[in-house]
Ligand binder design. Structure first.
Ligand SMILES: [Mg+2]
Length: 187
């Protein structure tokens, strides 16, 4: 059975971080305003410590945003034919002591929303490159290493990467979970 490593933020779920930032700052930022990979880098430096306390201690980021259309259904189908693993990063160097709190939120969201995946198949690490698998699905190019089939799901920070550049790295761009199903379930 082939193994698939699936990312969580901006792959299964979208908009969570942007909605938290907008609520915290009382703003209406859209992805056009976000110039970096991490949405919350838009927070002014002087508010950072207060924001981190809010983010890690006062809210659950997974109460925000939404699940990508059809993601859960497709993952459930994939789970019949593949060994599906969910892999999500959690380390935030801005505050290493409190960032582990998000592990609880990630774990609990997965248990509740992907009950067909064994919790043994959850991997929480920022070092996705050291996990060899057959297939990886992620929104971050750097995470699509050490695998045969590389599926990059379109997100605000990767949408301008030219297709030729992706092809040179053997990466296939997918825009949604229906496209993922077409590639991985059509046999
Ligand atoms: Mg991601």
């Amino acid at each position: 059975m082939k193994k698939i490593l699936i990312d969580m933020d901006d792959t299964i779920l979208v908009d969570c971080y942007l909605e938290v930032v907008n609520e915290y700052l009382n703003t209406n930022y859209t992805y056009k305003d976000i110039k970096k990979y991490w949405v919350d880098e838009i927070i002014p430096k002087e508010k950072e410590a207060e924001y981190l306390d809010y983010f890690y201690n006062k809210i659950n980021v997974y109460d925000y945003g939404h699940v990508q259309e059809n993601a859960i259904h497709v993952i459930e189908q994939l789970n019949k034919y593949y060994d599906v693993l969910i892999c999500s990063a959690y380390i935030d160097h801005r505050d290493l002591e409190i960032c582990s709190k998000i592990l609880t939120h990630k774990h609990n969201w997965l248990v509740k929303n992907l009950p067909f995946i064994k919790p043994e198949n959850f991997i929480f690490t920022n070092r996705k490159d050291v996990i060899p698998t057959d297939i990886k699905i992620d929104d971050k190019v750097e995470n699509l290493k050490t695998c045969e089939t590389k599926l990059l799901i379109t997100a605000y920070h990767n949408k301008n990467i030219p297709i030729e550049e992706l092809k040179a790295q053997n990466i296939i761009r997918v825009n949604d979970w229906n496209q993922i199903a077409e590639i991985l379930l059509n046999h």
